[in-house]
Design a binder for this molecule. Structure first.
Ligand code: SF4
Ligand code: SF4
Length: 479
């Protein structure tokens, strides 16, 4: 067993209200500067839809993630020679039109416009050309027409038949999908970097880019299947979500989690067996979820604790792991799945898939239908969260429905609680735990973050360059 501690985030999609508070706080804190205008380290997408950059899930176009070959895993981007051939021109890179042309508004005009019969306006100004522009696209352009055929028809996860079905008026649906770097355990970005500039921290698994070492090759932008590495045209370096390391190291949640209006996010420690990851990397898609979860170890198991101590994981981290909401969601309750596990980067960010409005045919079931009678097709959720296998999603939806049915019976004095328990995959204790975690858990229960050994370390300005954004003495992040 080669045990590593990994910080993990859980997002409960049933609770996301699409307010974008997370996105805006992240932008204000980390990417509100020159060269980073178009970057959204955290963004919230509307599904079905094309996402940001547009159609990022289309790996035939972008060639992100890993392919299974007879020799094991290989970057889709190509081998050493394939990558070398793309050194000066890489057709797999997203272009500006795949993101959007960033803009600001002519705010001064609201104050200094000459007297006129009409109200002054603040027209959009391109942050690329500095000229007036017409806005044609933005980071969540799908939102305004969420669920409409215009964007659903471009979602790479929906088959033609599914698109046709969801366009029937009573079947239209949408939900929100917040996204950030997954701080993967098998990160394609790290593997693709010829300069060794991207690294995964040993003690907490956070993936960072050393700005001093980055040589602007941008292979990481292509290799990341989630398109969560961005190129800063001002510093000529790649950048990505740094999991708010200055906050995390001091035991505080990431800013997206702290500010989340829907309280959908939890952060905790996972103990993962890296040896096991190496074994399960190439299993068939249908078995991927079970194999993946088998790499996450029980933090209360005596043998695991002994081996973890041997691997240098200290008591504070082990204590945090034993109270980890991430472990509770993923393993104890089996309620959370990673986004697109078939990319085989083994993400550390997990999602509780959404329940959804019920179809008209479900009325006979007193408003609490089976997963097959909900509007969001299981096949779509399975494509997003379990490599196309509908069973893990079905199980989760049934468990979530059982929690609601059980609590309703209990609260309103019905006599059906026993029956719910009898038919459920959950025990009474699990139902109570899931109910508490989803609806009542305090900030301290949702964010169990141990202090880091980095917290009191060296010159913060030098660190800033080594761990993620801006280069000391050159074009700094404030310029
Ligand atoms: S999601 Fe993050 S860690 Fe994973 S491949 Fe992309 S940039 Fe790297
Ligand atoms: S702040 Fe929370 S609820 Fe609002 S969009 Fe972000 S993840 Fe969703």
């Amino acid at each position: 067993m080669d045990i590593k501690a990994q910080l993990s985030m859980i997002l409960n999609l049933d609770k996301c209200i699409g307010c974008h508070t997370c996105t805006v706080t992240c932008k204000n804190m980390w990417t509100n500067r020159k060269g980073a205008e178009y970057m959204w380290w955290n963004n919230v997408e509307t599904k079905p839809g094309t996402g940001f950059p547009k159609k990022w899930e289309d790996q035939d176009k972008y060639k992100g993630g890993w392919d299974v070959t007879s020799d094991g895993l290989r970057l889709r981007l190509g081998g050493k020679f394939g990558m070398l051939a793309k050194i000066f021109y890489n057709p797999d890179q997203p272009k500006m039109e795949n993101y959007y042309e960033p803009w600001t508004y002519e705010y001064e005009h609201l104050i200094d416009a000459a007297e006129s019969k009409t109200q002054p306006t603040a027209r959009a100004i391109s942050q690329v050309t500095g000229k007036h522009m017409e806005i044609k696209s933005g980071p969540n352009w799908d939102d305004d027409l969420g669920g409409s055929d215009k964007y659903a028809s471009a979602d790479p996860n929906l088959s033609e038949e599914e698109q046709r079905l969801m366009m029937e008026f009573e079947s239209v649906f949408m939900f929100h999908l917040p996204r950030l770097c997954n701080h993967c355990s098998n990160p394609a970005c790290v593997a693709s970097c010829p300069s060794g500039a991207i690294y995964k921290r040993e003690d907490d698994g956070v993936v960072l880019i050393d700005q001093e070492k980055c040589k602007s090759w941008r292979y990481c932008v292509s290799a990341c299947p989630y398109k969560k590495v961005y190129y800063n045209w001002n510093t000529s370096k790649s950048e990505k979500c740094i999991f708010c390391y200055p906050r995390i190291e001091n035991g505080q949640p990431t800013i997206c989690s702290q500010s989340c209006a829907g309280k959908i996010r939890s952060i905790g420690v996972l103990l993962v067996d890296m040896d096991r990851f190496a074994e399960v990397m190439t299993v068939a898609d249908a078995d991927l979820m079970e194999a993946y979860e088998s790499c996450i170890l029980d933090p209360n198991d005596k043998d695991v604790i002994r081996q973890a101590k041997k691997a240098g994981i200290n008591d504070e981290w082990l204590k945090a792991a034993s109270k980890s909401p991430a472990y509770a969601y993923i393993k104890e309750l089996g309620l959370a799945l990673p986004l697109h596990p078939e990319y085989r980067t083994f993400p550390s960010v997990f999602y509780v898939p959404p329940l959804s409005p019920v179809t008209a045919g479900a009325e006979a079931h007193a408003g609490l239908p089976d997963s097959d009678m909900m509007k969001i097709p299981l096949t779509l959720l399975a494509k997003l969260f379990s490599a196309g296998n509908t069973e893990p999603v079905r199980e989760i939806q049934n468990k979530l429905t059982d929690v609601r049915k059980y609590m309703r019976e209990k609260r309103f004095g019905g006599d059906g609680a026993e029956k719910v328990l009898k038919d459920s995959a959950f025990s009474e204790e699990q139902i109570e735990k899931a109910y508490h975690l989803i609806t009542q858990a305090s900030l301290n229960e949702r964010m169990v973050i141990p202090l880091s050994s980095h917290a009191e370390s060296k010159d913060p300005y030098k660190r800033q360059g080594e761990v993620g954004f801006g280069v000391r003495g050159k074009k700094s992040w404030r310029q």
